[in-house]
Design a binder for this molecule. Structure first.
Ligand code: ADP
Ligand code: ASP
Ligand code: MG
Length: 410
């Protein structure tokens, strides 16, 4: 007998029929003799719809009230699922974050899980009851409702799996695993049988929304094997786990991309210590996260200083850059909100040179200009004009042989 946490995403719970179908998938695991705890997202686009309502009432909704509102979506799906499981003859009980006692910090709308109490869950499992837990929500030390940011049910799933010492956390979704890139963009994308935590962390943080970043961090920290599976429960999906030394990794495992990017450039910055700091300080004091940074070699005592920020923060970042430019005696501030980031990721890059060369070669051949670059041990990201995104992703996918069965690195 194994113990599984099964998490279903919103697209897999869009209608009552979807909920019935998911209940069948859960029942199958129980009939096979396994113990199951379930974690659910809200049905379909519920969270988006609730968010739109909040924005219609208040341009800047109060975060506490927003958590109260958004957490209601998951209450609906867990109650319906518990009913559906009962119809199939399996005792089930829906539970909200405060009933399980999923304890978090007090940062509304992006709270972090500090502890998952297991007493109630273990008691239900022991009694043969399937706990059906609302994802994405918890309570802080004052019993205030908190939520975990978009995609946060993934993190609830992994946190429960860690607390319950489950054999696996299964993430059931509308694709049958993690692909070499988003299969909606590149039809030739292939499902990966295995991905390391490190690679998944890069893919998730660089734009692949299949798993929330925090869920991958949690899984890596507590060594929870995570399997991304089709919501029919059929197939092997993708197992995310630690790198096994004897597994020969391909050089590039996957490509992630993000349209949520904008670039700001301050021209004519006097080449003096402290000027870069002056710009970045004002941006970070406004809680804007700077991603890529480029400073060119000085010519005649001046440099151009560029950085990228999330697109929704573009206007504010431009404003701050203009103010900083005046303070430090720089020239014009230029910018673009129609840029996108492409990242190639693979643990095999540690031991293989030449990935950047191939990437630049492919982009040059397609006439795509690279505006910024950043690298880590296992990834290379480039910022390009958004209109070339699809072309660039497809060309890189082919150039790195990701549409072919994997060839092991040597
Ligand atoms: P859920 O509703 O189950 O939480 P999400 O919409 O959050 O599902 O995530 C699944 C989606 O992630 C897929 O439909 C797919 O378009 C997208 N996606 C992006 N990158 C990848 C990738 N590398 N592999 C698989 N899916 C990806
Ligand atoms: N319902 C929340 C969202 O749409 C959480 C989740 O689906 O994981 O972001
Ligand atoms: Mg999701």
């Amino acid at each position: 007998m194994a113990r599984y946490v099964m998490k279903f995403g919103g697209s897999s719970l869009a209608t009552v029929e979807h909920i019935r179908a998911a209940a069948e998938v859960i029942a199958r695991q129980r009939r096979a003799g396994h113990e199951v705890a379930v974690v659910l997202s809200a049905m379909g686009d519920t969270t988006d719809e609730l968010l739109a309502k909040a924005m219609a009432v208040s341009g800047r909704p109060n975060p506490r009230e927003l958590d109260m509102l958004l957490s209601s979506g998951e209450q609906v799906s867990v109650a319906l699922m518990a009913m559906a499981l009962r119809e199939l003859g399996f005792p089930a009980r829906s539970l909200l974050g405060h009933q399980v006692r999923i304890l978090t910090d007090s940062v509304h709308c992006k709270a972090r899980i500090e502890k998952v109490e297991t007493e109630r869950l273990e008691a239900e499992l022991h009694a043969g009851v399937i706990p059906v837990v609302a994802g994405f929500q918890g309570i802080d030390s004052l019993d205030e409702v908190t939520t975990f940011g978009r995609g946060g049910s993934d993190t609830t799933g992994v946190a429960l799996a860690a607390a319950l010492k489950a054999d696996e956390c299964q993430i059931l979704t509308d694709v049958d695993g993690v692909y070499t890139t988003d299969p909606r963009m590149v039809p030739q994308a292939r499902r990966l049988a295995r991905v390391t935590f490190e690679e998944m962390l890069e893919l998730a943080s660089l734009g692949s929304r299949v798993l929330q970043i925090r869920s991958v961090q949690f899984a890596g920290k507590y060594n929870v094997p995570v399997r991304v599976l089709h919501n029919s429960g059929v197939g092997e999906g993708t197992l995310i786990s630690y790198e096994e030394p004897d597994v020969e990794a391909p050089v590039v495992s996957g490509i992630a991309f993000s349209r949520n990017e904008a670039q700001v450039t301050i021209t004519g910055v006097p080449d003096r210590p402290g000027n870069g700091y002056a710009v970045l300080r004002s941006v970070s004091e406004s809680h804007i996260v700077v991603d890529m940074i480029v400073m060119n070699a000085p010519r005649a005592g001046i440099v151009d200083f560029s950085f990228s920020v999330p697109r929704e923060e573009y206007d504010q970042a431009m404003e701050l850059a203009r103010t900083a430019a005046v303070e430090i005696g720089a020239g014009d501030v230029l910018g673009s909100a129609s840029v996108a980031k492409i990242s190639v990721v693979g643990v095999g890059m540690r031991s293989h040179a030449g990935v950047a060369t191939t990437m630049f070669e492919v982009l040059a051949r397609e006439g795509v200009n690279v505006r910024m670059v950043s690298t880590s041990e296992i990834k290379i990201s480039v910022l390009i004009e958004e209109k070339y995104l699809e072309l660039a992703v497809r060309s890189l996918h082919e150039a790195f042989g990701l549409d072919q069965a994997p060839v092991a690195a040597n």
